[in-house]
Design a protein around this ligand. Sequence first.
Ligand code: FES
Ligand code: FES
Length: 238
Amino acid sequence: MSGKVSRRDFLKAGGAGLAGVAFSALGIGSVLGSETEASGDGKNNVEELVYVCPVCGEKAENFDALQKHFKEKHAQLDAPASMALHINGADVEVYVEDHWTLRETLQRAVGLTGNAKEMCDRGGCGSCTVLIDGKPALACTTLAVECKGKKIETSEGIAADPKYRPLVEAYVKYDASQCGYCTPGQFTVAKYILTKYPNPTQEQIRTELSGNICRCGTYSRHVQAIQEAAKAIKGGNS
Ligand code: FES
Ligand code: FES
């Protein structure tokens, strides 16, 4: 996919998904930073994608300008480097530092808020689980630079895929999301389960979700939701 899609559209597509709101096509363009501004109607609108210095917040017109700004204002720091990542079906050029985890990169450079939000940030809870080349992986213990050339899927991308609409609806129906902290990771693994098992058993679901901790105790609801979604999706692999 090419061309810029506003961060607002990107977040709206996935973020609204679990609340049962209609989905829109999901896509992202070259996002190094973006700006959210309050409009007169009280909603937050992204006026345009902008390049923001992660040190001082100054805006730059483009990536070259951001690098120039770094040389002039932050000469003691490494100038930003960009890297191509493939996220939710789109090629994205992101600003990334070598030590950034994938979770940090999804949050800081792409602006995602589902799997990317900071939870334990040490591989203990599973809330940051994304799919990398179709397999669950913890974004908080994976370096972004390790993901070059790999296919990354987050809950936002899965929720926006019409094929997985039944999964979203089943999550809503069974109230599988309470506080919601663990939900993006559980939801992402749910997609993995549906691609692996056409008709997953309780045991298979519980085993696959065993690394995802829910302090609200929604465990049995994920089983119900995933089994119902499996009937609708009929185990078709993507
Ligand atoms: S935030 Fe990654 S495992 Fe908890
Ligand atoms: S819904 Fe609250 S932590 Fe799982």
